[in-house]
Structure formats: C-alpha cells, structure tokens
Design a protein around this ligand. Structure first.
Ligand code: B12
Ligand code: SF4
Length: 495
C-alpha cells in the first residue's frame, strides 16, 4: 500500500522556521515499523509551511496514497482539519488516520472530522496492525489502541499497554522515507533521536502521564548509536535527543555520554532536555562529560523560580537539589552554573501566568531569565487535553480562550486571579525579544555564515510588529504588541 505520513506545518514563537525546522520523530518511527512491502512517504510540512496546499496537492498526485496519516499536537488541530478536508477532496476514497498527542488525548475532537481511524498512544505496532487489517479487509476489533468509524458511530478498542523498548519490538526509524528537504537548527542540518520514552514525575502541565502513565523504558546503546550514525550519514550535524526525560536515570545518561565519546560521535552537536535536580546533584562529573560528548544546548525545565508556582505546577520535586539524598534547596542556579562552567548554553524553560501570579511574580521570573539563561523558552500555562492543570484552571474559571489553534504555549489563553491573559502575554513578549538578541553573538561564533545571511530575517521575526519608533521608545510598546498579535493571527492560516 502507498502510505503518506504528514506532520503539521504550525510553528510557535520560539521555533521560527527561519532558524528551526525539526523533523517529526514519530513519523519516521512509524515508517520503520510497517511491513516491508509498503511504500511510505514522510513529509514534514514545516519544510514547506508557506506552500502547504501546493505541497499536499503535489504529494497526493505523485504518490497516489491509499492511506494518509497525520501527526497532530493540540495547537495544530485546526490545520489538521483543513489538511484532512483537502486530502479527502483530492482523493475521496483515501483512508485517513490521525495520531499523536492531540488525537490520543482528545479523540472526540476528531470524530466529527473526515477521519477513518484514530491511533491512541504509541503508534508503531497499532499502525502496522491497522495496515494488515486493511489489506485483509478485517480484524480491526483485535487491535489495541485503535478507534474506528463504523457507519455513524465510533468504536474504541482497549488502550495498548506501553512498549518495553528493551526487547527490540520497535524497529529503528526509516529516515529514507522522507520526501522533503531543509531540516535546520541555526543553519546546521538537524535530526531527532530517541534513547528512552516516559517519565515517572507528574508535572501538572505535562501531557505525558495521561498519554502513557508513569514509566520509563530505554533503548539499548547499540541501537541508539546506530540511530545517531544513520542520522549523521544522512547529513545531520546536530542531534536533538527527544527523550521525555533522559536525566531520570543519571547513571545511564553518563554511560550514554561515554558511549557517544567512544564511538567518536562527539563531533556532532547535541541538544537535550534535562531536569535541574539531576544536573545540580551530579553536575560536578556529569556536566564536563556532557560537554565532551558534544552537548551544546540544554533545555532546562526550570518552570518557575517561585516555590508557590512550583507547587501549582507540581514541579517542586524535580527542581530540588539533593546532596547524598538530602534536600539542598532549589536546584536551578546550581544546574545553570555547572552548565555554564562547562561551556553549554541554557535554554530556560519557564511557565508564567499561573493562577495566583501577579505582575511582580511574573517580572521576578523574567528578571531571572534575563540574568541567567542564554535562550529564553518562556511559556504560559496552556490547558492541553486531560492534564491535571487544565482541570484546575477550569474549576477556577480562568480559561479565557477556547481557540485551540492559539494553544501554542506563547499565546496566553488563561488569566490569573490578578492579571488578564493579554497583560500576561504582553509582559513576556516585551521582555523576551531583547533576551533573544543577546544570544546572537554566540550563534554567530558557531555558525557565522548562517547568522550573517539570516540575521535580518531572524530579527524581523523576533521584532515583528515593532517599528523604529517603538524600538527607540517613541511609541507605546502596547501598539507594537497589538500589531504583533495581528501578524501572529495571520501566520496561523497555513492552508
Ligand atoms: C521533543 C519534543 C519537542 C521538540 C521537537 C518536536 C519535533 N519536531 O519532533 C520541540 C522542542 C521542538 C518541541 C516543541 C514544541 N512542543 Co513538544 N514535545 C516534545 C516531546 C518531549 C517528545 C516528542 C517526541 O518526539 N516523542 C517521540 C515520538 C516517537 O513519540 P510521539 O511524538 O509521542 O509519537 C508516538 C505517538 O504519539 C504516535 N503518533 C504520533 N504521531 C502519529 C501519527 C500517526 C498517523 C499515528 C498512527 C501515530 C502517531 O506514535 C508515535 C510512535 O509511538 C513531547 C513529550 C513530553 N514529554 O514533553 C513534547 C510535546 C509533544 N510538545 C508539546 C508542545 C505543546 C510543544 C510546543 C507547542 C510548545 C512547547 N511545549 O515547547 C512546541 C511546538 C513545536 C512547533 N511545531 O513549533 C506538547 C503537546 C501537547 C499537546 N496536547 O499537543 C508535549 C506533549 C509536551 C507537553 N507539554 O505535554 N517539542
Ligand atoms: S519531568 Fe518533564 S517529562 Fe516528566 S512529567 Fe515533568 S515535564 Fe513531563
């Protein structure tokens, strides 16, 4: 069968496509796990976000798919709907399958769309079995993790238990299935690699627990190194390790760094997401080792610098420094210091606009980011389907915006007890632009040609809505913010 797999073109504020166009790891993993006789094409639509309609027209015409699969996050739901309608109009008989975080956690939202199947949770085996059932013309009822349309109703099979990655049930990704080019992270070709799945924490804003429960499974190092080599041989110079929480098992992470060094794969740049507590507690040995292994950017889940907010986010435990098992205060500063001492850059993940936040508490976080982080990744709490946080905001009547296409993390869609959503977003927007400019020299030293060529476009993106007058302080910033909001709204019309 011909299978076309698509990831959505929608991007958010901190990942402007001029600088960041990342592949979707789910689709190549699905492509690697279908039976060999299928012909699979993977198209990451971020690579053609300005010509989505033309690209889909071309792909459907040239590839003639019998199955179209879409990977969707919540803020991409509306775009997914448009792409589903387009695919259906171009090939009325095509079977359409959706999967990923949004269809898994809000399947009802897709039941009204022109969709035939919803794959809930991990997709590799479910999708393989679905294709087999389609070829056989039956047997759907035994496929766990599948919802399917039958006449006017939807039937949902039981959830699929999470995969143990240790037993090699999941085969390696198939990057050869990609049909579009142009992946980049600041000018270097980027690829994504998984070494583990899952997390045993339960932060209230994170979708992972509802998606797969609290567990942690790991691929063998042999497989991980093979996967990194495959990405490198296809041209990648930066590897994003997309693990949910690679620092959950610090000993394993250290061994992985050693394995990367021994395999001489440490000439690549690595980007990883980490917990502050693990870096703070083990930084003395872990941070120099990470540097030797090639780690360059570390996304730190700081979440918030104030204890009350950390409690609300259920993120206090993962931000606690521990020495010999003893609680030793907040881990954030210590973690940042270890990373900086070892010449790594900190991407600071902060969440501002929590229910009891005031202007002062938000500004305290912004001031912290200004002082300590290299690239701000500041977001607003966003009520994604079925997270504990969503329930909390709903109970307190603080959700002000139900337009899911705006649930991109940097659009404030909830208010606090003291501030409007608009005010919260304005405070972040105003501060963050200048923090981003400060990272330009470091990016220039690493990739001068890219920065010289693209600096005007990157600055234009960061400062969209601003004029010379507003930058010089001759015009109220709120006017520029108003223009930015209009531009951002327009950007969301991808199809
Ligand atoms: C790595 C990652 C990123 C990376 C890379 C994204 C990329 N291009 O791959 C970066 C940092 C860029 C990123 C950014 C964002 N992310 Co992100 N990200 C993740 C993370 C950590 C892992 C995702 C991953 O690659 N997993 C590995 C793959 C193999 O697993 P998977 O995606 O789950 O896919 C499996 C199934 O879902 C299913 N499946 C998926 N698609 C499909 C399609 C079909 C047809 C089928 C059958 C099955 C299927 O099968 C797959 C294999 O088992 C998750 C989870 C987490 N713990 O935080 C968040 C997560 C996906 N991100 C999220 C969000 C919100 C974002 C942002 C909007 C804001 C933010 N928080 O940073 C931006 C938007 C990005 C953009 N497009 O501009 C949310 C999504 C919530 C939701 N309900 O939509 C998550 C769940 C985090 C959270 N807050 O809870 N992200
Ligand atoms: S530590 Fe990270 S992956 Fe784990 S629940 Fe919290 S935010 Fe999610």
């Amino acid at each position: 069968m011909n299978v076309l797999l698509l990831s959505m073109p929608d991007y958010f504020e901190h990942m402007p496509p001029v600088a960041v166009r990342m592949p979707n790891g789910a689709l190549t993993s699905l492509a690697g796990n279908v039976d060999d006789h299928h012909r699979v094409a993977v198209a990451d639509l971020i690579l053609s976000y300005r010509q989505v309609r033309e690209t889909i027209n071309g792909l459907i015409h040239d590839f003639d798919p019998e199955i179209v699969g879409l990977s969707v996050m919540t803020f991409q739901r509306q775009t997914a709907q448009h792409i589903i309608d387009l695919a259906r109009a171009l090939r009325p008989g095509v079977k359409i399958v959706v999967g990923g975080y949004d269809p898994s956690l809000a399947p009802d939202a897709y039941e009204g769309m022109a969709v035939d199947y919803i794959v809930r949770g991990e997709g590799e085996i479910t999708f393989r079995e679905l294709l087999r059932a389609l070829e056989r013309g039956g047997g759907w009822e035994n496929i766990c993790g599948l919802s399917r349309r039958e006449g006017n109703r939807w039937l949902h099979s039981p959830a699929r238990p999470v995969h143990r990655l240790e037993d090699d049930e999941i085969r390696p990704p198939n990057r050869g299935a990609r049909v579009l080019q142009g992946y980049t992270l600041l000018g270097r070709q980027v690829d994504v690699v998984e070494t583990s799945r899952g997390c045993t924490y339960d932060c209230s804003f994170c979708s992972i627990i509802e998606m797969r429960g609290r567990n942690f499974h790991t691929y063998s190092f042999e497989r991980v190194l093979r996967d990194i080599r495959d990405a490198r041989d296809r041209g990648a110079r930066t590897i994003f390790l997309v693990d949910d929480n690679i620092t959950l098992n610090v000993r394993r992470f250290e061994q992985l760094c050693h394995a990367i060094i021994e395999a001489r794969l440490n000439k690549l740049d690595y980007f990883v997401q980490a917990m502050t507590s693990s870096i703070a507690s083990h930084g003395e040995t872990l941070a120099p080792l990470m540097r030797r292994a090639g780690f360059r950017y570390v996304f730190l889940g700081i979440e918030n610098i104030l204890e009350g907010d950390l409690q609300f986010l259920r993120a206090a435990a993962k931000n606690r420094a521990r020495d010999n098992g003893k609680n030793n205060g907040n881990a954030t500063l210590k973690a940042i210091e270890y990373l900086h001492r070892n010449k790594m850059y900190v991407v600071g993940g902060l969440i501002v606009g929590n229910p009891d936040d005031t202007q002062q508490s938000i500004e305290a976080n912004l001031a912290f980011a200004r002082r300590y982080v290299d690239w701000p990744y500041i977001q607003h709490p966003t009520p994604y389907p079925r997270t504990p946080m969503t329930e909390h905001f709903r109970e307190r009547g603080l959700i002000t915006n139900e337009r899911h296409e705006e649930y991109d993390g940097t659009t404030a869609v909830v208010r606090t007890e003291h501030l409007t959503a608009e005010e919260i977003e304005y405070l972040r927007w105003k501060a963050e632009r200048w923090m981003k400019v400060r990272h330009m020299p470091a990016a220039f030293c690493h990739d001068p040609c890219f920065v010289v060529r693209h600096a005007p476009e990157m600055l234009a993106h960061t400062f969209r809505g601003c004029t010379l007058r507003s930058v010089l302080g001759l015009e109220d910033d709120r006017k520029a913010f108003g223009r930015y909001k209009i531009i951002r709204r327009r950007e969301r019309a991808y199809v």
